[in-house]
Design a protein around this ligand. Structure first.
Ligand code: FES
Length: 346
C-alpha cells in the first residue's frame, strides 16, 4: 500500500510505494534529501517525524539512538512508512549543501561504448554512497597528486554505481589505463561530488542540451533525472560527434524518446561525414551551435545546458548570446585540458 508524505518546511509532497524507504521514494521523485551511507550507519539522513509512523524492521539502525527515536527523529534511508507521514527535512538546495568526500572505490565494469570512449562503472564500499546532483563531476585521485575530472553520467536516484564516460587521449595517463590495463575490481580513489553544472529546477523554461563528444555524459545524467521528476516541458538534446560511432548511446536515446514523447527531441550533429539519420533520428551536419540556431534562431526564452571541449563551448557561448540568450540562462561545463596530453573531464 502506498503512503503519502508531506515534507516541511518546503511543503513538498510525494508517495512512497510498498517496501520503499522514505529516502528512496524522495530521490526517485526528484527531492534532494541529504544522505551519506544509505545503510543506517552515518546519520546524515536524519530528520523529524511530525506525524505518522515508520518501521525499521526487526532492528533500529545503529545511527538512531533510542532517545533520538523517542524524541521524534528518524533515519529516512531506513524508515519505511506504515502510515501517511508529515516530516521535517532540510532538503539539499544547491551543490554547496553537499559534503565533498574522498572515497575508495572499485571498477565494477568497463565497457567500450565507441572506438574512443569507454564506460567505467565504479562501486563504492557497501557502507558508503556518494550523494550528488545531476550534472556534477568527480575527481579520480592518481598517485603523485595528479587528478582527473569526469562527469557523472548517471542520475542521483540511480546511485548504486558511479558511471563515467572516459574519452581516449593518446598518451593520457588515466585514459590509457582505462582503455588498456585497468581490470575489473581495480582500486581507485575519488573525490566528489564537484562542480556547479546543475539544473535550475526553479525555472519553467524549455531546455536545450548541447553536448560535444563525451560532453554527453553530464547531460545524460540530467536527462535521466528529468525523466523521473519534471518532464513537464520540451527538452531538445543536440549531440555533436565526428561520425555516427560517436553517438554512442542509441538504445538510451530511443528509450528516452519513446518514454518522453513530445517532450523530448534529439538531433545528432556530425562534423566529418554527412548522414541522413543516426539511430533513427534525423541528423544535421557541421557545427553544433549552427545546428542549434537553425532550429531555434531566437533563444531568449530557453535554458541552455552545454558540456564539451573549450573551443565548442566558446563558439557556442558567443553565438547563443547573439541569438538573444540571456547569460543567466546559459549553463556550461567546459572540459578544460589538464597537463598535456590528458584531458580533465569527460
Ligand atoms: S544513516 Fe547514513 S544515510 Fe541514513
Amino acid at each position: 500500500m502506498a503512503f503519502h508524505v508531506t515534507v516541511r518546511p518546503a511543503n513538498h509532497e510525494f508517495t512512497v510505494e510498498d517496501d520503499e524507504t522514505v529516502l528512496e521514494a524522495a530521490l526517485r521523485q526528484g527531492f534532494a534529501f541529504p544522505y551519506g551511507c544509505r545503510n543506517g550507519a552515518c546519520g546524515s539522513c536524519k530528520g523529524r517525524i511530525l506525524s505518522g509512523e515508520v518501521s525499521y524492521g526487526p532492528k533500529r539502525p545503529p545511527a538512531l539512538s533510542e532517545e533520538n527515536e523517542a524524541a521524534g527523529f528518524a533515519l529516512f534511508c531506513q524508515a519505511v512508512p506504515v502510515d501517511d507521514l508529515e516530516i521535517e527535512v532540510r532538503e539539499i538546495g544547491a551543490a554547496r549543501d553537499i559534503v565533498i568526500k574522498t572515497l575508495p572505490c572499485r571498477v565494477a565494469s568497463r565497457t567500450l561504448l565507441a572506438p574512443d570512449v569507454v564506460e567505467l562503472r565504479l562501486q563504492l564500499p557497501a557502507t558508503e554512497r556518494l550523494q550528488f546532483l545531476a550534472g556534477q563531476y568527480l575527481d579520480i585521485l592518481l598517485k603523485g597528486g595528479d587528478r582527473r575530472s569526469y562527469s557523472l553520467a548517471n542520475a542521483p536516484h540511480d546511485d548504486k554505481q558511479l558511471v563515467l564516460h572516459i574519452k581516449k587521449v593518446p598518451g593520457g595517463r588515466f585514459s590509457d589505463a582505462a582503455f588498456h590495463e585497468m581490470k575489473e575490481k581495480a582500486l581507485l580513489r575519488i573525490e566528489g561530488p564537484l562542480g556547479t553544472f546543475i539544473l535550475d529546477e526553479a525555472s519553467e523554461r524549455p531546455r536545450l542540451f548541447v553536448g560535444g563528444g563525451t560532453g554527453f555524459a553530464p547531460l545524460k545524467g540530467m536527462l535521466d533525472h528529468v525523466m523521473e521528476t519534471d518532464l513537464d516541458r520540451p527538452h531538445h538534446l543536440f549531440w555533436g560527434a565526428r561520425d555516427a560511432a560517436g553517438i554512442y548511446a542509441p538504445e538510451w536515446l530511443r528509450a528516452v524518446a519513446q518514454r518522453a514523447g513530445d517532450h523530448f527531441r534529439f538531433t545528432p550533429v556530425l562534423s566529418d561525414v554527412p548522414a541522413a539519420d543516426v539511430a533513427g533520428f534525423p541528423a544535421a551536419s557541421g557545427w553544433l551551435h549552427d545546428a542549434v540556431l537553425a532550429a531555434y534562431p531566437d533563444l531568449s526564452n530557453f535554458d541552455v545546458y552545454m558540456a564539451g571541449p573549450p573551443p565548442m563551448i566558446n563558439a557556442a557561448k558567443a553565438a547563443f548570446v547573439n541569438a538573444g540568450l540571456p547569460e543567466e540562462q546559459l549553463f556550461y561545463d567546459s572540459f578544460e585540458p589538464a597537463v598535456q596530453p590528458e584531458a580533465t573531464a569527460s
